[in-house]
Design a binder for this molecule. Sequence first.
Ligand code: G3P
Length: 217
Amino acid sequence: MKFFIDTANLDQIREAQDLGVLDGVTTNPSLMAKEGITGKDNIFKHYRKICDIVDGDVSAEVISTDYEGIIREGEELAELHEQIIVKVPMIKDGIKAIKYFSDKGIKTNCTLVFSAGQALLAAKAGATYVSPFIGRLDDISTDGLNLISEIRLIYDNYEFETQILAASVRHTMHVIDCAKLGADVMTGPLSSIEGLLKHPLTDIGLAKFLEDYNKGN
Ligand code: G3P
């Protein structure tokens, strides 16, 4: 299972990278705005900085919603760095653009996916990754994890190569449940990764080991 961090915050990306378990980064326009990164030039510079920190895939989202605009923007983003994955919204022109990018060998992440049918279309178009937003489904009393199971079943039935990137992950249990269900990737905040470290019995056990060691010294 790959671990991506879902942020545009460089300190948090560095911290996750230093832990040694980070496989990539996902961003979106809201995450960029949260870091105060605005305007095309600054946003592009920021993507390059992220690529310099991590070794893996970095999803960069297009703003256009029409086919020509998505193609133009996606090609510019893909030119920025070899690690860039063009993130395209799940809309009609987005699916057409994903097919175009796929034919040209440009990797894509189909975002804002909330149903199995949308995920099936993304795979048919040749998306590299599909991003079901599990937290946002949970927010409206719909089982986000069930969507992961449905997509896993469909992709396995037909051996689609599109990777399931569980997005909108909010906490450690989302990570563990996605791992059980066979999501290929999860993307979440730093807390969802570092939270996996924690167990009170580990802390109590370590304190006891150190205490006993110190008795003999
Ligand atoms: O990057 C897309 C997705 O992970 C957003 O998450 O927490 O805003 O629903 P969230």
